[in-house]
Ligand binder design. Structure first.
Ligand SMILES: Nc1ncnc2c1ncn2[C@@H]1O[C@H](COP(=O)(O)OP(=O)(O)OP(=O)(O)O)[C@@H](O)[C@H]1O
Ligand SMILES: [Mg+2]
Length: 249
């Protein structure tokens, strides 16, 4: 049984069909890429999985249990973590406190309670380890809002990891990153996957997609137009057409 199963998921926004009858599975410990042109419905799919918005129709099952319509915190507690396309750490909190809040969310929803309850030495050590894990080995007292975008994206991953996810959804993690930063991100994704975390990666950067993903799902105008291994998908005629006739490379 796949870890996550999306079955006939449709999402309509006031007449706009953002997802139409989308079905696929995410196998335990795979890295699945979700690609497609702008507006294809990729972020909407993550929003439906993580409970930010309920699907209009369809079923989303995690470890065999239907989860559609549940609250985001409930879904996070089941072990589904995510990062956002537009990063949103707490800008006035330090890097460490941003991770402490995420650690606290496991036990206490609500910012203030989470922070005060979680400022223990043990949690500080966990936060430091998570930040170091994503390549933020120093400056943990710095306000998150002062970080450049590439480092904010890493902080977002540290925050997602604080919830000890079994499945991690990454929405364009390489957007705005320099080549070298993207390569480090690739290594991190591979390492996390080796440790047993399944990853679903929304990504426009094709070298990253082709280099790291075991399998791809392609969306176009809310419809799944292809699914399969990266080599087969990149030569699929419908996929090439969706990318305005440009070769997918
Ligand atoms: N909250 C919303 N209300 C109304 N329409 C929405 C909403 N969220 C998304 N849409 C619409 O749904 C469609 C899919 O948007 P979505 O953000 O999921 O695309 P995407 O594949 O993530 O695109 P991009 O690659 O640009 O991030 C678009 O037409 C978008 O305008
Ligand atoms: Mg998006």
């Amino acid at each position: 049984m796949p870890l996550l199963t999306i079955e006939s998921v449709t999402k309509e926004f006031d007449g706009v069909i953002a997802l139409q009858d989308v079905s696929f599975g995410v196998e335990a410990s795979e890295i699945l890429g979700v690609i497609g042109p702008n507006g294809a419905g990729k972020t909407t799919l993550f929003n439906c999985i993580t409970g930010i918005i309920p699907p209009t129709r369809g079923t989303i099952s995690y470890r065999g249990e239907a989860i559609q319509g549940r609250q985001p915190y409930q879904i996070a507690r089941l072990g589904i973590g995510r990062t956002f396309q537009v990063v949103r750490p707490f800008p006035n909190l330090s890097l460490r406190d941003n991770v402490l809040v995420a650690l606290g969310h496991r036990h206490y929803p609500g910012l203030r309670r989470a922070l005060s309850a979680c400022r223990t030495d043990a949690n500080r050590r966990i936060a430091a380890a998570l930040l170091t894990r994503v390549g933020l080995s120093s400056g943990h007292d710095r306000a998150a809002g002062t970080l450049p975008l590439g480092l904010k994206k890493r902080l977002e991953i540290a925050r997602a990891l604080a919830l000890e996810p079994r499945l991690l959804l990454l929405d364009e993690p390489s957007g705005g990153l320099r080549h070298e930063e993207s390569q480090q991100l690739l290594d991190l994704i591979r390492d996390l996957n080796r440790e047993g975390i399944s990853v679903v990666l929304i990504e426009h950067n094709m070298p990253i997609v082709m280099g790291v993903c075991h399998r791809l799902v392609v969306l176009d105008h809310g419809v799944k137009i292809a699914e399969g291994d990266p080599a087969a998908v990149r030569t699929n005629a419908q996929v090439i057409e969706a990318y305005l006739g440009k070769a997918v490379n």
